[in-house]
Design a protein around this ligand. Sequence first.
Ligand SMILES: [Mg+2]
Length: 276
Amino acid sequence: MGNSSRRELTEVGSLEDLDDSLPRPRVAVSPRPRVSDPCVSDLRVLLWDIDGTLIRTARAGAFKDYTIPMLEEVFGTAGRLPEMKVSGMTDLQIIAEALKDEGFTNEHILERIDQLRDRYMEAMRKATGNGEEFFEVLPGVRETLQAVANHPRYHSALLTGNIEPAAHLKMELVGLSEFFTLPGAFGDESHDRRDLPALAADRIRDSLQLELEPEQFIVIGDTPNDIECARHFGARALAVGTGRLYSRDDILACKPDAFLSDLSDVNRVMETLAGL
Ligand SMILES: [Mg+2]
């Protein structure tokens, strides 16, 4: 692949010969395998949401057990968080929304991001560390992750509103970490979930050393925000009906590329993914 890229680079001459007003052919400057390679173009990267898709809290709203004390400790108040419904939002967005009536801006929040992460993880470890089951894996998830891990067409990564250490701790607590060795994108990176697929895709292209097109990424999630962030990037969206906040009709109104009420039928999941 590197050789063919170099050959094409020679054919178009040096980079200085290219007219800047024209889009530069990516292959001329990239040593990576091209998407036109039949094997590469068939690959799909599954970008998994966590809450409502892979796992959920055993008790509705249990995430507030650790997010409310964390906010109170860092900002002296949890603002509107106790009454908020937060599915599909990034953690930064949740914090901004909770605190906006208290006079805190995005900048105030970002200034304290390191302290926030530390307190967040401390509060989460405390809330989840008493031996009782805090998170449960949703039906068929483990089997589906194993099936896609065994299939050469797929890679899996996390794309979640959770701050990164919280995402990893959740996967560790439910024993799913082994399926997510590729880099992903996380809720401490943006207030806007729509920013996350591009961040994840760049990291994954670098990690795999492959030039993958946006439509080779499939966002799998349970909320309209998951579908919207897929659209924004040009990825496919597979919606699941396992979230607590949105009905099947709410989700279908956002026109995902595919919808499954849950992941319990692994053959059906694999057939659905094969069509995306
Ligand atoms: Mg979710």
